[in-house]
Design a protein around this ligand. Structure first.
Ligand code: DGL
Length: 257
């Protein structure tokens, strides 16, 4: 059976590429809800309903585990999904804890870049309340990065000027930038270019995939085969078969993040 991956669009490919490095022998089925993206500017109820639709679709195809490779959908639906489905459901979580740990003693602050919905949801608020005892965490939504990504524009003057426009003027006071949306690692080069050299950029992708591995291992669900697995892509329920789109997806999952 395959591992299901779900995102509002192509952001989850940044998580899938980590999974392929660690577990190349697994089969994957990736659902990009690009027709309904972005999720980050929708209501929690809308995102929950769209997520349930996508997961129903994946479940009908038979999956042994599910990665909600979307911070926004995780905040809106992960608890409810776990009550309905028997397979392991792995969600995303902005890397606030490691960011605070590595930044707090350097006298610097942490900036979390995520969608508006993720930032205002209870899940994120309680994560910050738990780990940010020194109040060094600030938040910034970046909705246009999701739009740029969905049109496969990851660099160029428009992306650069948007990033420069939204970054705080006193950016020097930050030690770590947390990418709390799976679309954002696709802009690592553009972000690096815009940021002062001392700022680390971190995301939760590796941690999520390590956790997926542990869960599969612990439940005896890892694929024993030593043949490279296959990946099937669906865009909002329609199988992606055109070469142009497949080529773009493949480029993302085979580029190091
Ligand atoms: N990739 C998603 C996330 O990790 C959401 C992007 C969007 O659709 O707004 O939050």
């Amino acid at each position: 059976m395959s591992i299901g991956f779900f995102d509002s669009g192509i952001g989850g490919l940044s998580v899938l590429r980590e999974a392929l490095t660690l577990m190349p022998h697994e089969n994957y089925i990736y659902f990009a809800d690009s027709v309904n993206a972005p999720y980050g500017t929708k209501t929690k109820e809308e995102v929950k309903a769209l997520t349930f639709n996508a997961v129903r679709f994946l479940n009908e195809r038979g999956i042994k585990a599910l990665v909600i490779a979307c911070n926004t959908a995780t905040s809106a639906a992960v608890k409810a999904l776990r009550q309905v489905y028997d397979f392991p459901v792995i969600g995303m979580e902005p890397a606030v804890k490691p960011a605070v740990e590595k930044t707090k003693d350097a006298g610097k602050r942490v900036l979390v870049l995520a969608t508006s919905l993720t930032l205002k949801e209870e899940k994120f608020q309680s994560l910050v309340a738990k780990f940010d005892s020194r109040h060094i965490v600030d938040m910034l939504p970046a909705p246009r990065l999701v739009e740029f990504a969905e049109s496969f524009t990851f660099s160029g003057p428009e992306v650069d000027s948007y990033i420069n426009e939204i970054l705080p003027a006193d950016i020097e006071k930050y030690g770590t930038l947390v990418l709390g949306c799976t679309h954002f690692p696709l802009f690592k080069d553009a972000l690096k270019k815009a940021l002062p050299s001392g700022i680390d950029i971190i995301d939760g992708n590796r941690g999520t995939v390590n956790y997926l591995y542990e869960v599969l291992m612990g439940s005896g669900l890892l694929n024993k085969s030593d043949i490279k697995g296959r990946i099937e892509f669906y865009k909002s329920g329609i199988k992606v078969e055109d070469d142009e789109t497949l080529r773009k997806y493949e480029m993302i999952i085979h580029t190091s993040g």
